[in-house]
Design a protein around this ligand. Sequence first.
Ligand code: SF4
Ligand code: SF4
Ligand SMILES: [Zn+2]
Length: 476
Amino acid sequence: MPDRDYLFLDITTSICGICMRKVEAKIIQQDGRVIMRKWCPEHKFQNVLISTDPAFYRLQRSFIKPGQMPLQFNTPIRYGCPYDCGLCPDHEQHSCLALVEITDHCNLECPVCYADSGPSRPTHRSLEEINRMLDAVVRNEGQPDIVQISGGEPTIHPEFFAVLDAARQRPIKHLMVNTNGLRIAGDADFARRLRDYAPGFEIYLQFDSLDPRTLNILRGANLHKSRLKALETLNNLDISTTLVATVARGVNDDQIGSMIDFALKQPCVRGVTFQPVQFAGRTRLENPDHSRLTVSEVRSAIAEQSGTFSLSDIIPVPCHPDCILMAYALKLGDAITPLTGLVDPQFLLQGEGSTIAFERNSDLIRAVYNTFSTNHSPASAGAALGQLLCCLPQIKLESTLSYRNVFRIIVMQFMDAWNFDIRSVKRSCVHMAQPDGTLIPFDTFNLFYRDHRRAKLEELRRATGYELRVGGLPLI
Ligand code: SF4
Ligand code: SF4
Ligand SMILES: [Zn+2]
């Protein structure tokens, strides 16, 4: 009897990449790749590239720990996932990172914008709505790990500093501003005021490339000079900054290493986040089988191109291992020592708190700092660190090192209609706060819950027939 020409690994529920109805999806391994194969009665078979590294895909699937729950859920289970966001009680992870979008307006109109923002969208959220969004995060999280003020372009909100003040009045551990940097580059007074919000404050700076042509493709504008100016300003003001690069196949995936090398030289930069394009909003996917850039490819590119990090340094984040990878290094002047590959994976699985917020993981950070404060050379310190981490939590902190000595690489993928996987989306830990008190996973938000997409959502909900059966009453 003939064998299949692929290995059947798993089955899950996805949605059709075109009409978005729920469909069954097979996960298969074929020709050294992991593929999602699904079938829609109307749009037939769809093959979607999920991973270029089957062994790493298996590691991601095993790199899990029990989900951490929010203090409360916000919506009932009524239609089934993903139509009940959220968070509904079936969700498996609290908000490691909550986004508060304060405006739809933007001074750019990037071709890769998942939010469809731009100059033609004038709406700013009122301070009253923003307060409700912040309250929603605090109600769910108690002391939220990371809140990111986002948009549109948040820095052009007329009450931007009142928004930061409102966030600061709440027990938020780490406050970030997600920005394209134009205002920071062009308004020195504005930039200086940002410094007042440190510590526990960070700029999440859009920074996709050092090549002007690439920026033109991704952002539709020549932003090279303004990006460098924004970064120079942040360096001068010593404001913690993460560089955020949207990466697309054939556009800037060959620049990943140079971005890391550049970032390592910037005193204010605490790390780089690479986000493969999410095909939502303004972006369209040409060929789901080939055009998508996967997290496994970004991981390989980091190892091949950077010269600092190896594959073993880049590991899945246990709260959402399908979509988030991380690598940490200790930064002591020019000496960069990758750490993650030295950490016992069991520690990461059992560690406290959110593993995205490494600096909040007090046991681990104490261990790291203690090790490196004993004046090891980077090489011997690495060996010592490995031993120390295995004997946690007995390590005591004796160090003057701080967050500025940490360099963090995150690879963060958000699912779209093509690679959507209900098994995985339930672990999503990046959530969008809403004025109505809900927190919606970033992935489902851009597909079903943002603006005009709600009409489609209602159609999909009606198609389940559940509303009729339960008379509109919550099932919990
Ligand atoms: S994604 Fe999460 S919050 Fe949304 S419906 Fe599914 S389980 Fe509920
Ligand atoms: S991606 Fe950011 S900078 Fe670009 S249009 Fe969207 S909100 Fe504006
Ligand atoms: Zn379809």
